[in-house]
Design a protein around this ligand. Structure first.
Ligand code: IMP
Ligand code: MG
Length: 193
């Protein structure tokens, strides 16, 4: 086996750059959550948000609950199917709560708008979104936040398929501590090598 790094064409954000930016986003989020009358519920979208969420909440000094949902729309390729499904639901009751959805990346916006509709149906009083990466160039669906919800974003991502810091291709590369562009030959042929 070769290293995971051998599949990366170039690094977009190093581990140090990621940590610095996550600290800034966390400070902004912490100030907003401390102003709320009650603890917020931070909802990570599995699996991609696991590292971002873990780093983020450790830097947010405010009372909060953490939960995960799983939303799937990718058939293992690099293009979203456009029809996301919630395949694992929340444990925490979000009725009347301030919810912060933590995502790895907002691409077309399909996943997020499906999830926001789902959380709104459960009675969340506000829905904010905190995404590590935002690819606005590929947006197809406008993201409608709920109540006093805010949109927090780590980095604006150019229109490349990126991996690392939670983001995968066919479930691989999530463990890279930085974000990089995957070599195109890695997704043009069998992903098993
Ligand atoms: P959307 O529904 O098109 O906004 O896609 C959002 C989901 O697609 C994210 O949660 C990611 O799991 C995945 N995704 C979109 N772009 C990329 C990428 O460049 N690399 C890895 N995953 C991506
Ligand atoms: Mg994914």
């Amino acid at each position: 086996m070769v290293s995971a790094e051998a599949s990366i064409e170039r690094v977009l954000w190093t581990e140090a750059e990621v940590a610095a930016r996550v600290g800034e986003v966390a400070a902004e989020l912490a100030a907003d959550l401390r102003a709320l009358p009650e603890p917020a519920v931070v909802v990570g979208v599995a699996t991609g948000a696991f590292l971002f969420l873990a780093d983020l909440v450790r830097r947010v000094d405010a009372p909060l609950a953490v939960d995960f949902v799983r939303v799937e729309s990718y058939g293992g390729g690099t293009e979203s199917s456009g029809k996301p499904r919630i395949t694992a639901d929340l444990k925490v009751d979000v009725a009347g709560k301030h919810v912060v959805v933590v995502e790895d990346i907002v691409d077309t916006g399909n996943t997020l708008s499906c999830l926001i509709a789902h959380l709104e149906k459960k009675g969340a009083s506000s829905i904010s979104v905190c995404t590590f990466l935002d690819k606005p160039a590929r947006r197809k669906v406008n993201i409608q936040l709920v109540g006093d919800g805010k949109f927090y974003s780590g980095f604006e991502c150019p229109d490349y398929f990126v991996v690392g810091y939670g983001l995968d291709y066919a479930e691989l590369y999530r463990n890279l501590p930085y974000v990089g562009v995957l070599k195109p030959e890695k997704y043009k042929k069998d992903s098993s090598n």
